[in-house]
Design a protein around this ligand. Structure first.
Ligand code: SF4
Length: 342
């Protein structure tokens, strides 16, 4: 069982203490006996304990920086939402293929922003611009927000904020099962709560530090019972020796545990494993013993933006993935919607 995250080290930017959440978190970590350091800016978070990159990377992944979000201009987040809403960056998990390894580069620590009301005000303006169209906000573009939310409750406030909004919707995805504090949030069905799921083998060997498969399924069942619209992202779909049986077991378990009514408004997103050359180099540095297969020869090259192409599975394998997993969705969840396969 993966325990809820507790940072080893906390940094606080002085301006964060101008906000109630900043002060609340400072008190909380003092009482918990976690080491707290002051910093004028997160860019000054240097000299983390550890003798080499490998150790410092691990310390950073269990360091929390409490800060203020300065830019309130949101990035776009197509195709699943209009905007990325920034509540946190970084993650305590150690998934070997995590995209944050390349996007966060030398700053892999976790940051949480305490000026939550200002972030909501910015979101309200974006909604007003598009009304009466709905505006969807994605809360997990730069972190696994659920993984840290038992400490901050920022996501819970966001769920309730969008719950009473007229034209706003929230969505996020998680690999963590620590959802109990979110179950009584007044979501008004405006939040789609998604879990990232995978075959047991993949979670076991490639996603250390995240909740295990059975824990995630149990959490998904609780979320469904709390009336949230539910979704699953099966990602990355990874072809190991016995992948068809592994993914079939996943679907069997999901069907057995989910309440039948939850399966009527269920969404699936399917994403095959891919890597870029720069990502491969970073992964080999951060997780030198990984079992993750990244052999360019076995893959198909797909041209990408900014000249950085991806290595995806070969065409016939992609067809096999689509047919196999698409088949499981049809068989086990005939009323669910498959949003995309990529
Ligand atoms: Fe990255 Fe998600 Fe794994 Fe966290 S849980 S390490 S964000 S892939």
């Amino acid at each position: 069982m993966v325990k809820p995250f507790v940072p080893q080290l906390v940094y606080i930017e002085p301006r964060a203490l101008d906000y109630p959440l900043g002060r609340e978190l400072k008190d909380k970590f003092e009482k918990m006996g976690v080491e707290i350091r002051q910093t004028t800016s997160h860019n000054q978070v240097r000299n983390l304990p550890g003798d080499n990159h490998f150790q410092q990377y691990r310390v950073a992944k269990s360091t929390l920086v409490i800060g203020v979000r300065k830019t309130l201009k949101f990035d776009t987040s197509k195709p699943s939402a209009e905007y990325a809403i920034p509540f946190a960056t970084g993650c305590m998990g150690h998934c070997h293929y995590c995209y944050l390894q390349t996007t966060m580069g030398s700053k892999p620590y976790i940051r949480t922003y305490v000026n939550v009301d200002e972030i909501f005000e910015a979101a309200d303006q974006y909604m007003a611009e598009r009304a009466p169209e709905f505006t969807r906000f994605e809360a997990s573009c730069t972190s696994d927000i659920v993984g840290v939310d038992h400490l901050t409750h920022t996501l819970k406030k966001a769920i309730e904020h969008f719950g009473v909004s007229e034209f706003g919707k929230l969505r996020f995805v998680t690999k963590f099962a620590h959802v109990d504090h979110l179950l009584d949030a007044k979501h008004n069905e405006k939040t789609r709560f998604r879990f990232s799921m995978n075959a047991d083998y993949v979670i076991k060997y490639l996603e250390p530090g995240t909740s295990r498969l059975d824990e995630r399924i149990e959490a998904a069942a609780k979320v469904a019972k709390a009336g949230y619209p539910l979704g699953f992202i099966i990602a990355p779909i990874y072809l190991y020796d016995d992948w068809k049986a592994g993914y079939q077991t996943l679907f069997e378990k999901l069907e057995a545990k989910l309440p039948a009514y939850a399966t009527k408004n269920l969404t699936f997103e399917l994403i095959q494993h891919r890597f870029t050359k720069p990502a491969k180099r970073v992964i080999e540095k951060n997780y030198p013993m990984t079992k993750l297969e990244m052999d360019e020869e076995k893959r198909q090259y797909k041209w990408g933006r900014y000249g950085i192409g991806k290595y995806v599975y070969k065409k016939d394998e992609q067809t096999d993935i689509k047919e196999t997993l698409g088949g499981y969705i049809e068989k086990f969840f005939p009323k669910a919607e498959l949003e995309y396969f990529t």
